[in-house]
Design a protein around this ligand. Structure first.
Ligand code: HEM
Length: 404
């Protein structure tokens, strides 16, 4: 990992790492992420640059903004399901969900709709993503080398889009609030001395990496659960479908999504037992200490979600799958920094609501459009280091009716 590293686990450890400010710990990612996503990636930015980039991105992921994207997501997800099941009754879930989350991020966050371009980006992002988890040896044939070349191709395809959007913004044909790229370009115009094109490119790559595999894994994990859980999810979703009957517009609404409480609790409990992101790094910018142990300046600190999620004092019978842990108004609510699938503190996930909305719409569409079953029940989950079902979780589907 390039520097001596301290691993700290437990609720108070998480609070120390995730709650510290930039005078104690700064976010520091492995070399592979910094070179593939770019050195200006939001995970590692500090100070005013961080605040500006975060502000531009987060305005697209707030509930008020997400509400306006639901129809677009619903249409995209429905059409992808219909397209994929036109000629086959088997969906390779992991691959399908990756494609789905990539298409949603491209269209909803970046306003990229061109199918061919999305296909080319998607191919290169899958190489870039593999490189993030590789050994950083830049030698022909290695995953890292392939990832670096993929990054160059991504930039070559992105720059004409940035130039076109810049011109459209200048001439008033595009609004900065149209998508994240436009917003970042407008931010650069207002802050020439702080924001650069390189930062825009790096954060496009970062956001694509941060957004699609994580959510795709969550969607796949939900389908990997047992039939009893699926039945309850199905009952909740069918109830919501019934509520839509008689409406002029049969697309899901924000209110429908708020009613999917049980389905989301299943997702929350899955992320407790199998956090999609295992943990992440920080770096000490000054000498500091935790729990009586010194952490010298320059050392890395690693937090991990899994160990705290398995703490018997916080989650009784921690290995037991129990979505009711996430019911509201429990006598003993989950304490802060004890449940951290989305991290915590200032670098906590910007896309958690985005992930919730796209996951719930996808599950609703699948269970109301198809009867489905796992081809390999009890498929093992392996960490690579993200948790994937070992055979890609193929499912057999049979349409129930035309799209609801
Ligand atoms: C189930 C899905 C997801 C999980 C489990 C997840 C998890 C995480 C975690 C653990 C972090 C904190 C990393 C750290 O502290 O170093 C993080 C940060 C981040 N995530 Fe997510 N994420 C998910 C989906 C998304 C989506 C859909 C987006 C974008 C649409 C997104 C965008 C980001 C960004 C931009 C950051 C960096 C925030 C910052 O540094 O201020 N994530 N995510």
């Amino acid at each position: 990992m390039g520097a001596p590293t301290v691993v700290i686990i437990g609720q108070s450890g998480n609070k120390f790492i995730l709650g510290s400010d930039e005078t104690v710990l700064i976010a520091k990612q492995p070399k592979t992420l910094s070179t593939i996503a770019g050195k200006h990636n939001i995970f590692e930015l500090t100070g005013s640059r961080y605040q500006l980039i975060k502000g531009a991105m987060s305005s697209f992921m707030k509930p008020s903004s997400l509400q306006t994207n639901i129809k677009q997501m619903d249409d995209l997800i429905t059409s992808l399901f219909l397209k994929s099941t036109k000629e086959t009754d088997v969906i390779p879930t992991v691959g399908f969900m990756k494609r789905l989350t990539f298409n949603i991020a491209s269209a909803v966050l970046f306003g990229i709709q061109d199918d061919l371009l999305i296909e080319e980006f998607s191919h290169d992002f899958s190489l870039a993503f593999k490189a993030v988890w590789s050994i950083p040896v830049n030698f022909p044939g290695t995953a890292y080398w392939r990832g670096l070349r993929a990054r160059s191709r991504i930039i070559a395809r992105l720059m004409p889009i940035i130039r076109k959007k810049s011109a459209d913004l200048r001439e008033g044909r595009l609004h900065p609030a149209s998508d994240i790229l436009s917003s970042l370009i407008a931010l650069k115009t207002q802050n020439e001395d702080v924001i650069t094109y390189e930062m825009i490119v790096d954060n496009f790559v970062t956001l694509m990496i941060a957004s699609h595999d994580t959510s795709a894994i969550l969607m796949s994990l939900i389908l990997s659960k047992d039939p009893e859980i699926h039945l309850k999810v199905y009952e909740e979703q069918v109830e919501i479908q019934r509520d839509q009957e008689g409406r002029d517009d049969r697309n899901l609404t924000w209110d429908d999504i708020q009613k999917m409480k049980y389905t989301w609790r299943v997702a929350q409990e899955l992320m407790r037992i199998i956090p999609p992101v295992f943990g992440s790094f920080r770096k000490a910018v000054n000498d500091t200490s935790f729990g009586g142990f010194d952490i010298p300046k320059g050392w890395q600190v690693f937090w991990s979600a899994y160990s705290t999620h398995m703490d018997n004092d916080i989650f009784v019978n921690p290995t037991e799958f129990d979505p009711s842990r996430f019911e509201t108004n429990l006598p003993t609510p989950i304490p802060p920094y004890a449940y951290i699938p989305f991290g915590g503190g200032q670098h906590s996930c910007l896309g958690n609501e985005f992930a919730r909305v796209e996951t719930l719409i996808t599950i609703h569409k699948l269970v109301t459009m198809y009867e489905w079953s796992l081809i390999h029940p009890n498929e093992v989950i392996t960490r690579q280091p993200m948790p994937y079902p070992s055979m890609g979780l193929p499912i057999k589907v049979k349409p129930i009716s035309i799209a609801s």
